[in-house]
Design a protein around this ligand. Structure first.
Ligand code: F6R
Length: 617
C-alpha cells in the first residue's frame, strides 16, 4: 500500500522529471488516492502534490517538469490510512522550515504521543498524517546532532510500527536516506544513478541490479554509491548482496494490451511454463517436510487463499493427510494455545509482503520455534522469504494489475507440483500413473492458451447477457469451490458486482431462495468425482427457473443439455486432467470479470479502494 520512488543522479543527459514520473506511474497499482513529487534545486524543495489519480494530477501540475539543475527527486502514490485523500495529506510531508521532505509507506503506531511531544516543542503540523511526524522529528534532532544520518537514526529509534521511508534535505541535493521496517523497499543501481522504490518494476527500465533492504536497515543513496547501516546497532553493514533480476521491462509494460489485467491473463501460459521449472531439489525438500509433519496448515489472504484451497485439495490427494486452511488474518486467533510441535505452515503470497500473513508467521515462529514455515511467493527476497525455512518461487513475473490473475494459476500449479513430488516420494501410485498426471499437468498451459484464443467473443456475449443482473452465484463442488470463490472475488473487485462463489451442495440450505425465473447461476463443472452430484444441483436450480450457464469440458453432454449457455474448456475428459481443473477453468472467470468491468466503465487495473500489496493491518 502506497508506492514510493526516488532517484539521485549525476548523469548529464538524464531527464529526472520523466524518470521520476514514469517510476511513480509504475507504482500506481499500490494506491491511487493522491500523489506527489518533490525535487531539490538551489538548496530548496519544490513540491507538487494533490489528491486524485496520477494522470489527473499530472494534467494540472505537470509532475515531470522540474527546476533547473535538479538531480534528486522523491515521489509517492498514496492509499490513505491516516487522514482522507486531500492535497494536504498527500506526500511528501515536510518539516516546519520546508527543508526536509519524507515519503512513507506504512503506519507509525505511536504517532499521537510523538505528535504531542513535538507540538509541545513548537512544531506546527499541517496534515492529519502519521508521516508528518518524521520530518519534524528529524528537524528537531538536527538541532542537536548536526548530521543528517544521525538525526534520521534517532528519529527512527523513536518510531513504532511499519515503514519504508525515503527522506531528502534541501541542503543535501545529492543524498537520499531510506529506512525500512516491515514495508518493502528496494534499491536500483545504474550508471551514475541510484534509485529507491517500493517494488522492482518501478526501475526495471533503467537497471536490473538491485539491493533488497532488510528490516531495520538504513541506506544512504548517492549517484555513485550506497552505504548500509543497521538502525539499532548503528553499525555499518558490509558485503550487502547485489542481485541481478531476470525480469525484463516488457513484463512491467502493457505491451499493446488495454490493461495489465488482460495482459496478465494472456501471460498465464508463459507463467505456468516457467513455474513448471521450479528445481526438483526444492520441490523434494518441501514435499519431505509435508510428509514428515504431524500437523499441516495452509494460510494466505484473498486470491492467494483461494489458490491455497485449490492447491491443498490436490496435495491432500497424494499426501494422505489433512491440511487445515485458515485465512491468515484469523490464524493467530484460532491457533493461540494449540500450535503444536511437528507442525508445518504453508504460507502463500504473491507479494510476500502482506502484513496479515507476515504477522502470524512471525508469531508462529516465536510461539513455537519448532514450527516450520514453507512459503510460496512470486517475489525473491520478500519479507515472507526471510521468515521461511523453505521457499518455492513462482515464476509468474511481475504482476501489476491489482487483481491477481497469473500469480493465482502459478500458485495452484506450484502446489500441484508439490503434490506430484509427494506421490513420487510416497510410492503409493505406479510410475505409469504418476507419469500420466505429469503429462496432464504439462498440458495445462496449452489448454489455457487454446481457450483464450477462441472464447473471448463468447465471454463478451455472456457479459452482455448478464449485464442487468447485479448479483448471482458461481456454484461448484469439491476443488472447484475454490474456483467459484476466486471467480466471485474477481467480479467483486473489478466489476463492483456482488457475485458469490458457493458450494452447489450447500446452496439449497439458503441461497436457493433467491432463484426466480431467469436468475443466472454459473456452474463450474469439470468431469471429476463430484460431477454426477453436481448434475443434481443443476437440476434443482433449473427446476426453479434459473438460467444455467456452465463451464464444462469440450466433450461434456449431461450438464450441457441442462444449460442455456456453456463455456467449453478444451481439455480431455479424464481423471488426470480433471485434477488440475482449478487451473484450467479459472481464466474463463477472470476474463468474465475483466469484460464485466469494461461493460460498467470501470478501470479493471484500479479497483475502488484496493491496493495490490496490503502492508497495513
Ligand atoms: C485479489 C488480490 C488480493 C490478494 C491478497 C493477498 O485479486 O489480489 O486478494 O490476493 O491481498 O496478497 P498476496 O498474495 O500478495 O499476499
Amino acid at each position: 500500500m502506497c508506492g514510493i520512488f526516488g532517484i539521485v543522479t549525476n548523469e548529464e543527459n538524464l531527464n529526472i522529471g520523466n524518470n521520476v514520473f514514469e517510476g511513480i506511474k509504475r507504482l500506481e497499482y499500490r494506491g491511487y488516492d493522491s500523489c506527489g513529487i518533490v525535487y531539490i534545486a538551489n538548496k530548496k524543495l519544490f513540491v507538487k502534490k494533490d489528491s486524485g489519480k496520477i494522470d489527473e494530477i499530472h494534467k494540472k501540475l505537470k509532475l515531470n517538469e522540474f527546476p533547473n539543475g535538479s538531480k534528486l527527486a522523491l515521489a509517492h502514490t498514496r492509499w490513505a490510512t491516516h487522514g482522507p485523500p486531500t492535497k494536504i495529506n498527500s506526500h511528501p510531508q515536510l518539516d516546519c522550515n520546508n527543508k526536509i521532505a519524507v515519503v512513507h509507506n506504512g503506519i507509525l503506531e505511536n504517532f499521537f504521543e510523538l505528535k504531542e511531544e513535538l507540538i509541545s516543542k513548537g512544531h506546527v503540523f499541517k496534515s492529519e498524517t502519521d508521516t508528518e511526524i518524521i520530518p519534524h522529528l528529524i528537524e528537531e534532532n538536527l538541532n542537536t546532532h548536526g548530521n543528517l544520518k544521525e538525526a534520521v537514526v534517532s528519529a527512527i529509534k523513536k518510531c513504532k510500527g511499519a515503514f519504508a521511508l525515503a527522506i531528502c534535505h534541501a541542503d543535501y541535493p545529492d543524498t537520499i536516506i531510506v529506512v525500512r521496517r516491515e514495508s518493502p523497499l528496494v534499491l536500483g543501481i545504474a550508471k551514475n544513478t541510484t534509485y529507491c522504490a517500493s517494488d522492482i518494476p518501478a526501475f526495471l527500465k533503467y537497471t536490473r541490479k538491485c539491493y533488497i533492504l532488510d528490516d531495520d536497515e538504513l541506506a544512504i543513496l548517492r549517484p555513485n554509491s550506497v552505504e548500509f547501516f543497521n538502525i539499532m546497532s548503528e553499525k555499518r553493514i558490509e558485503n550487502k548482496k547485489l542481485m541481478t533480476i531476470d525480469w525484463n521491462i516488457g513484463a512491467a509494460e502493457k505491451e499493446g494490451y488495454d490493461h495489465f489485467m488482460l495482459k496478465e491473463i494472456y501471460e498465464e501460459p508463459m507463467a505456468l511454463r516457467r513455474t513448471m521449472k521450479i528445481p526438483t531439489e526444492s520441490l523434494k525438500e518441501f514435499s519431505e517436510s509435508l510428509i514428515n509433519a504431524e500437523h499441516i496448515y495452509i494460510t494466505a489472504a484473498g486470491t492467494s487463499f483461494y489458490a491455497s484451497l485449490a492447491g491443498k485439495f490436490i496435495v491432500t490427494k497424494f499426501l494422505g493427510k489433512y491440511i487445515e486452511a485458515i485465512e491468515c488474518s484469523e490464524f493467530k486467533t484460532q491457533l493461540d494455545n494449540c500450535l503444536e510441535d511437528n507442525s508445518v505452515i504453508i504460507a502463500v503470497s504473491q507479494s510476500g509482503e502482506t502484513i496479515d500473513l507476515i504477522e502470524p508467521i512471525r508469531w508462529a515462529k516465536k510461539y513455537n520455534p519448532s514450527v516450520k514455515i514453507l512459503s510460496i511467493t512470486n517475489i525473491v527476497g520478500s519479507t515472507l522469504t526471510r521468515h521461511s525455512d523453505q521457499v518455492l518461487i513462482t515464476q509468474a513475473g511481475p504482476e501489476i494489475g491489482v487483481a491477481a490473475t497469473k500469480t493465482y494459476v502459478s500458485q495452484v500449479l506450484t502446489l500441484a507440483l508439490v503434490a506430484l513430488e509427494i506421490a513420487k516420494l510416497r510410492k503409493k501410485l505406479s510410475n505409469e500413473e504418476i507419469q500420466k498426471y505429469y503429462e496432464a499437468l504439462q498440458s495445462v498451459p496449452d489448454i489455457i492458451e487454446n481457450f483464450l484464443e477462441k472464447n473471448v467473443d463468447l465471454i463478451k456475449y455472456i457479459v452482455k447477457n448478464l449485464e442487468k443482473n447485479l448479483n448471482f452465484f458461481f456454484l461448484a463442488r469439491g476443488a472447484s469451490i475454490a474456483t467459484a470463490k476466486e471467480g466471485g472475488l474477481k467480479l467483486k473487485e473489478v466489476a463492483c458486482r456482488f457475485i458469490e462463489g458457493y458450494s452447489a451442495a450447500h446452496a439449497k440450505h439458503g441461497p436457493i431462495s433467491l432463484v426466480r425465473e431467469g436468475y443466472p447461476i454459473i456452474f463450474i463443472a469439470p468431469p471429476d468425482e463430484t460431477y454426477e452430484r453436481l448434475v443434481g444441483n443443476v437440476m434443482e436450480f433449473k427446476a426453479r427457473g434459473g438460467k444455467i450457464i456452465s463451464l464444462v469440458v469440450e466433450s461434456d453432454v449431461k450438464i450441457t443439455n441442462l444449460s442455456d449457455i456453456t463455456i467449453r474448456i478444451p481439455q480431455p475428459e479424464d481423471k488426470y486432467h480433471s485434477l488440475f481443473s482449478s487451473i484450467t477453468f479459472i481464466p474463463a472467470l477472470q476474463l468474465l470479470a475483466y469484460y464485466a468491468a469494461l461493460e460498467h466503465n470501470l478501470d479493471p487495473d484500479k479497483p475502488l479502494n484496493l491496493a495490490k500489496t496490503v502492508t497495513v493491518h
